[in-house]
Design a protein around this ligand. Structure first.
Ligand code: SF4
Ligand code: SF4
Length: 367
């Protein structure tokens, strides 16, 4: 079983793309590889933060450490972006909150499917029963479910309000409903936010995935945003991480579960770089639930306010985007937030700042 590390340049590849989506993705890859700052291609991924609200209250959630004001992306804004879905290969519904609590979530999945784009989302899993039909009707190929323990008790101790038994039952029902329809069940991965309290449970989470029909387990490390979370981070625990990952790898191999692990601190090939090469400003157009365009979900930096009436390419090639493409991979020039990147796919796991952001402006100011 291959141990996957970070996803960066390429996205999930499932059913074949339509002609227009494929043409755009190929052009975008060429422009990205050339380092173009003004793009003729659309992004390959439209990332929409549907809300920063949530139906859970996890102990490590950055929302508890931020100055918070609830915001929700409305259907009018979503509709303004609809024409893009004829070109972008993936529409990702995730950000600071729980996307499935947005009242338009099911309609959004239908719209994305109508345009032949792929939908991807990451959920806490508590609304899967209500969404099973639309997930199958729209043929969602892949989504992620956050799980932070292998038992009802350990998961709920971190993910306050979560019900692991219910989540696993919902997933089993979803998989069997897909088979009854003659459909390939969606590829689901469990995402574990690894911290001192739950690291040892990783092999058991792999077993739980296998028992539930979940095909992959992905691990990200906890980043602490306030003092209370500092004792939980795994910075300085390389040996313990290595031993646990080795055991999880054996279990994954034995059970045929795919495993996506972050680099052990000290072994990230990024060496001493401030982050791994970042493709986000070419690949993604991220819109926050507050109406601001940001480079990605893990930065406080706002590029500009989204204007639904503007021509999309005036936004996509706005001076702020051009500057970001010019500087994001250049030390000394990149935005301060990128210089202490904590985004799990791009940050350098050799650096303390990937684990500890106490006192930093890690979250946008919500308006
Ligand atoms: S499910 Fe996600 S957004 Fe909701 S409280 Fe937990 S970590 Fe925060
Ligand atoms: S914060 Fe990290 S992932 Fe986000 S744009 Fe900057 S370097 Fe890229």
């Amino acid at each position: 079983m291959e141990i996957l590390r970070a996803k960066t340049a390429t996205l999930f590849s499932g059913r074949p793309l339509t002609g227009a989506h494929r043409t755009n993705s190929e052009l975008n890859m060429r422009e990205m590889e050339a380092g173009a700052t003004v793009l003729e291609s659309y992004p390959r991924r439209l990332v929409l933060e549907l809300t920063n609200r949530c139906n859970l209250n996890c102990v490590m959630c950055g929302r508890n450490s931020a100055t918070f004001r609830p915001t929700t992306l409305d259907m009018v804004t979503f509709r303004a972006l609809e024409p893009l879905m004829d070109h972008v290969e993936e529409v990702t519904l995730m950000g600071w909150g729980e996307p499935t609590v947005n009242p338009g979530f099911a309609d959004m999945l239908r719209t994305i499917a109508d345009h032949g784009a792929r939908a991807y989302f990451c959920t806490n899993g508590m609304r899967l029963d209500a969404l099973a039909d639309v997930i199958l009707d729209t043929n969602v190929e892949v989504f992620a479910v956050s799980v932070d323990g292998a038992t009802q008790e350990s998961n709920a101790a971190i993910r306050r309000g979560s019900d692991l038994t219910r989540i696993c039952d919902s997933l089993r029902s979803l998989f069997s409903a897909a088979r009854e329809r003659g459909q390939e069940p969606p590829w689901v991965n469990f995402v574990l936010c690894a911290m001192r309290e739950n690291l040892a449970e990783l092999p058991a989470v792999v077993r739980l995935a296998h028992k539930t029909g979940v095909r992959e387990v992905k691990v990200v490390y906890l980043t602490a945003f306030d003092e209370a979370q500092v004792p939980s981070v795994l910075w300085g625990d390389a040996e313990k991480i290595e031993a646990t990952f080795a055991e999880a790898e054996r279990e994954a191999e034995r059970l045929g579960v795919a495993l996506k692990l972050p680099y052990v601190p000290g072994e990230d090939p990024a060496g001493a770089a401030l982050h791994r090469p970042c493709y986000v400003p070419w690949r993604d157009f991220f819109l926050g639930s507050d109406g601001y365009v940001r480079p990605c979900m893990s930065t406080s930096q706002k590029l500009f306010r989204f204007d639904a009436d503007a021509d999309f390419f005036d936004l996509w090639n706005a001076p702020a985007f051009q500057r970001l493409r010019e500087t994001v991979n250049r030390e000394g020039a990149m935005p301060a937030q990128c210089a202490r990147c904590y985004q799990s796919s791009h940050c350098n796991w050799n650096l303390r700042s990937s684990y500890l952001q106490v006192g930093e402006d890690f979250s946008p100011e919500w308006e």
